[in-house]
Design a protein around this ligand. Structure first.
Ligand SMILES: [Zn+2]
Ligand SMILES: [Zn+2]
Length: 276
């Protein structure tokens, strides 16, 4: 299985970092692909690794925060216009994702009408299969098994993480969360644990009160490392960096994690990839 950080950014725009989005591939030549979250620029980053939305077996949504979903409309439209017959884009997410997709499709209504009117061979509207999931649910995406776990990102509710298994390997994709029992179960003995993180020591010093609000609902680098150590994971893969580090600061971030976790720690630019 390959895990690629398509976007390592956050709501703060950054020319070098797309919004939160992670690609998990498995099978021969990575033929099976599942996207976790659909942040800003995810379709461009997907193209950068040689993939298009039509090749996705599914999209897993961790929560309804806009930075994790803002390009779901692009995924839906691009998937639709690149198919030759009605083909569902399959989306799993917590309760509320169905309504979110309904509203996207309503907003796209004029565009859908224009394209159907203009192209004789495009006679159908986008087909989006949405399944709302709860902690404890599990399902198959191609030959990958996916299990859903509860996370804590209050006041954002519900939020979930996904444990993806293939061929005896496990990728645990946590999304935005603080340490909690559901997170511990999600990442237990995973080969790779992907965690969105903030540097609480830096954010505390920022002269922007609104930024201080994010301290109470994200894992710090230290907390992510503690979760990884407690759960016995192999590799800790950090993403969604607040504040965005320069490349020459990655070692400093990793050293903070290494103080609590002695496994492999990886972070980097968009398109950083881990193979398990
Ligand atoms: Zn969030
Ligand atoms: Zn976020």
């Amino acid at each position: 299985m390959d895990i690629t950080l398509l976007g390592t950014g956050t709501p703060i725009p950054d020319a070098d970092r797309a919004g939160p989005s992670t690609l998990v591939t498995s099978g021969d030549d990575g033929a099976e692909k599942v996207l976790i979250d659909a942040g800003r620029g995810c379709v461009m980053r997907l193209a950068a690794v040689g993939s298009f939305p039509v090749q996705l077996q599914g999209v897993l949504v961790t929560h309804l925060h806009s930075d994790h979903l803002t390009d779901l409309n692009d995924l839906i439209t691009t998937h639709w216009v690149m198919t030759n017959e009605p083909t569902p884009l399959r989306i799993w997410g917590p309760p509320g994702i169905g309504r979110f997709v309904e509203h996207i499709l309503a907003a796209l209504g004029p565009d859908i009408g224009y394209r159907i009117a203009h192209h004789d061979d495009l006679t159908w509207e986008p087909v989006v299969d949405v399944v709302e999931v709860d902690p404890g649910d599990s399902f198959a995406v191609g030959s990958m098994r996916v299990a859903v776990y509860e996370t804590v990102h209050a006041p954002v509710e519900p939020t979930v993480g996904y444990r993806i298994e293939h061929d005896g390997r496990v990728a645990a994709i946590a999304g935005d969360t603080i340490p909690c029992p559901g997170l511990d179960r999600l990442v237990e003995n995973a080969d790779v644990y992907v965690q969105t993180v903030i540097r609480d020591d830096i954010v505390k010093l920022l002269p922007v009160p609104r930024m201080h609000d994010i301290l109470d609902y994200h894992s710090s680098v230290t907390q992510a490392a503690e979760t990884a150590a407690r759960a016995g994971v192999g590799t800790l893969l950090l993403t969604h960096y607040v504040p965005a580090p320069r490349a020459d600061q990655y070692d400093e971030w990793k050293a903070i994690a290494a103080a609590r976790f002695d496994g492999e720690i990886i972070m980097g630019d968009d398109l950083t990839k881990v193979t398990i």
